[in-house]
Design a binder for this molecule. Structure first.
Ligand code: ADP
Ligand code: MG
Length: 749
């Protein structure tokens, strides 16, 4: 049996209890799983510092010296053990708050120890709390070695908390791995150091070199480290340089296989499915273009329509992602493309994430089309009974040209006469698998256009939407004034009210948005933005545990402060019908101020609204703030976005708010968001069907490696489409293995 598939239970130092822990906490079940559990950072243990050289701001230091005395100070919860530690150049305190008895019993005065930990300053003195400590080797006297410095710490993931303190260290070995573990694991001795013992034991077993996972020609082409060397060095680097090469190799390998999986799927899709050929630009498109289009298309709209048109007559099925900032005019593009489908004897279907948006699309399209002989109908959960049956009949008969709806349109009983185009608007959860379901609605799969106003950084798009071609609308229709964004503190309430009064008196409308707060968590907890969720359904589901206190209080306060104006209130706990009615009242200017949660996030269009006030803006993610801000600035008048926060803000939060104040460019915001938060937080990666937990690569920082990986994967597929080249056998075999162990990978074909 392959040693890598051996049960982790039998590894020295594991046993049945720890095996269960490893499986439950980290999904480590085999030797191979442990091998793939990489350290998240490394700590330099090659240097011994002099006490006289250290300061309270240094990261981790290693000292060699003697304990001169122990003191116990404080009472009860404040009780601590202090060891006075000196090395001939100076002295510091080592401090323990826990395990006091054990420490006092284990270590002796006047013996030499290696001490490792993070210095801090307490009452003006440098101390190290809960240091790792072990006997100094006989040949090492205090201060005997002050070798040059490797890098202090090599952090693979800066988001991870440092300062984990380990018992039983394996010290003094150059760059030492730090592993993430859970509280539960720590209680069973599986601290970072405990994990290091296991990986050390594992490597004792792995005498044979690990099998290569890339063909030699690719390894050579990019001068990569071998897989075996890389894995050994990623756990126990022989030098900083070796570590860098190991990281590069493993990142490349990881991203390469993601891309190979995606691009192979794209190739199969193209082989398997022909596309409908839309050769004609006919009466509908031309009639609209020459007689109904109320304004000039922007250059970007024209370019995108040309790109889509080229796809639709290519003989291949279109799978395209249309990215365009809020307000860039994607709906119009969708309509014009739908008209091409109609000109070629097909129907089109436009899906929106919520009923409100579907209705809004319906109204927009009908208004655009005016008296043109194009029939647009709506299908949502609210369309019931006779109307629904009639609609279904007309759809199959081909009497309906464009169907607008929610996800109700993909249900199996919705049948078309000839569906030629599906537009998916703002539904990021709509992964590859769901899209594939749509294809079955026609004998030849319809062309698919996915539209999003949540700009996705290039690296993420390549992974999450790696199977889609990308078009970008990078231009707003002329005449829009950029939204003015200001950051204000709670204490500025008066000034905010002044702005509101002024805009209201000019006949404008105002949004005020509150975050939902989890009832069980302290109020500092940020509600993570997930732009990839369907707002209506999700708010509904999450609202069970969510608090609307702030919103209610805000509503009361606003109603009192603006007695002459009407105030609407909308949130996810309301019945959909009530919510819609209230939204409608605001949209038709019956009410002047809308106080709401993020239900209004996506797509809602009320051009007369000129002020967006976001309360507790620090709780929102950047892309969510961007979406919310996009609700204003839709008319020709100056619009404002006010980000209200509490006074004390963390560093990252302050930066995030500043990004919003500085730019309205959605792509810049998305890149910043990715850089500030890391990709893990950003996307509903599981739903996408493409991405998965990357073990080592970081989409925010490894863009170049990703590009290289994608090019290499594309080259393999282009050169060897039938997978006949024996040099590539190793690739397909390894890909099959990965697809077996990674559910998401398998889901895409
Ligand atoms: P989004 O891309 O966010 O979906 P919309 O399609 O809702 O944007 O368009 C926003 C507004 O811009 C709409 O009122 C639309 O009618 C208008 N619009 C679209 N294209 C143009 C254009 N070329 N010139 C002027 N206004 C346009
Ligand atoms: Mg839109």
């Amino acid at each position: 049996m392959n040693i890598l598939s051996q049960d982790i239970k039998y590894l020295q130092g594991v046993g049945p209890n720890r095996a269960t822990l490893l499986a439950n906490e980290l999904n480590i079940k085999t030797i191979g799983d442990l091998l793939a559990y990489y350290p998240y950072k490394y700590v330099d243990r090659s240097r011994i510092y002099k006490i006289s050289d250290i300061s309270g701001s240094m990261p981790y230091v290693q000292l060699c010296g003697q304990i001169f005395s122990f003191d116990t100070v404080g009472e009860g919860r404040n009780k601590r053990l202090i060891a006075h530690f000196a090395d001939g150049t100076g002295s510091i305190d080592l401090v323990w708050f826990q395990g006091i008895k054990y420490v006092a019993k284990t270590y002796d005065c006047r013996k030499s120890y290696i001490v490792f930990g993070k210095p801090s300053i307490f009452n003006g003195h440098i101390q190290i709390a809960h240091p790792e400590i072990e006997h100094a080797p006989a040949n090492l006297k205090p201060q005997a070695r002050t070798t040059g410095n490797l890098f202090e710490e090599t952090s693979l993931n800066p988001n991870i908390q440092e300062g984990e303190l380990d018992a039983q260290p394996t010290m003094f070995k150059g760059l030492c791995p730090s592993y993430n573990t859970s509280e539960k694991m720590k209680r069973s001795g599986l601290t970072s150091a405990g994990m290091a013992k296991l990986t050390a034991n594992m490597f004792k077993l792995l005498k044979e070199p690990l099998a290569e996972t890339l063909p030699p020609y690719i390894v050579q082409q990019h001068r990569l480290m071998s897989h075996d060397d890389a894995i050994r060095n990623i756990h126990y680097p022989t030098s900083p340089d070796a570590l860098r090469h190991a990281q590069l190799r493993l990142k490349f390998e990881e991203l390469f296989y993601v891309q190979l999986n995606i691009l192979r799927y794209v190739k199969d899709r193209q082989l398997r499915y022909k596309g409908l050929i839309f050769n004609t630009i006919g009466d509908q498109f031309n009639g609209f273009f020459y007689h109904h289009l109320p304004f000039q298309l922007t250059e970007a709209q024209k370019r995108v329509i040309r790109e889509i048109r080229a796809d639709m007559k290519s003989g291949r099925q279109m799978n395209r992602l249309l990215q365009g900032d809020v307000g860039s005019g994607k709906t119009l593009v969708a309509l014009m493309v739908a008209l091409i489908a109609i000109d070629n004897g097909c129907q089109a279907c436009i899906m929106a994430p919520t009923e409100i948006l579907a209705e809004q699309h319906l109204a927009t399209l009908r208004k655009f089309l005016g008296d043109m002989p194009v029939r647009v109908e709506l299908l949502t959960g609210s369309v019931k009974g006779k109307r629904r049956t009639e609609l279904f009949k007309d759809l199959v008969a081909g009497a309906v040209n464009i169907l607008v709806g929610t996800h109700a349109v993909i249900e199996d009983n919705v049948l078309f006469h000839k569906l030629g185009l599906v537009v998916i608007d703002e539904q990021h959860r709509f992964g590859v698998a769901q899209r594939a379901k749509l294809w079955m609605k026609n004998s030849v799969p319809p062309h698919v256009l996915v539209m999003t106003a949540t700009p996705i950084p290039r690296t993420l798009a390549m992974t999450l939407y790696g199977d889609l071609d990308v078009s970008i609308i990078d231009e707003l229709p002329p005449g829009r004034k950029p939204i003015r964004t200001v950051h204000m503190f709670d204490a500025h309430r008066q000034r905010i009210y002044e702005l509101m009064h002024r805009e209201l008196s000019l006949g404008r409308q105002i949004y005020i948005v509150y975050p939902l707060i989890k009832e069980t968590e302290p109020t500092e907890q940020r509600v993570p933005s997930n732009p990839f969720e369907w707002p209506s359904r999700d708010e509904g589901r999450r609202s069970q545990k969510m608090d609307l206190k702030d919103l209610e209080a805000g509503f009361e306060e606003i109603s009192r402060a603006f007695p002459t104006y009407k105030v609407s209130k909308v949130h996810g706990k309301m019945k959909p019908a009530d919510k819609d009615a209230e939204m409608q009242r605001f949209a038709s200017h019956e009410t002047h101020i809308l106080v709401s949660t993020t239900v209004i996030e996506v797509g809602v269009n009320v051009p007369n609204a000129s002020v967006m006030i976001i309360e507790n803006a620090e709780r929102f993610g950047l892309s969510q703030l961007h979406q919310l801000r996009g609700r204003v600035g839709r008319g020709a008048d100056q619009s404002y976005c006010v980000l209200v926060t509490k006074h004390e803000l963390g560093d990252t939060t302050r930066k995030r708010i500043q990004v919003m104040v500085d730019t309205t460019d959605g792509f810049v915001i998305a890149e910043q968001d990715l850089a500030l938060r890391g990709p893990g937080d950003l996307e509903g990666t599981q739903q996408s069907g493409m991405a998965f937990d990357l073990k080592i690569a970081n989409l925010a920082r490894d863009g170049q490696i990703l590009t290289l990986a994608r090019q290499t994967a594309q080259a393999v597929i282009t050169a060897d489409p039938e997978e006949r080249n024996p040099q590539n056998d190793i690739l397909w075999r390894h890909l099959r293995e990965l697809r077996k162990t990674n559910i998401n990978w398998g889901a895409i074909s």
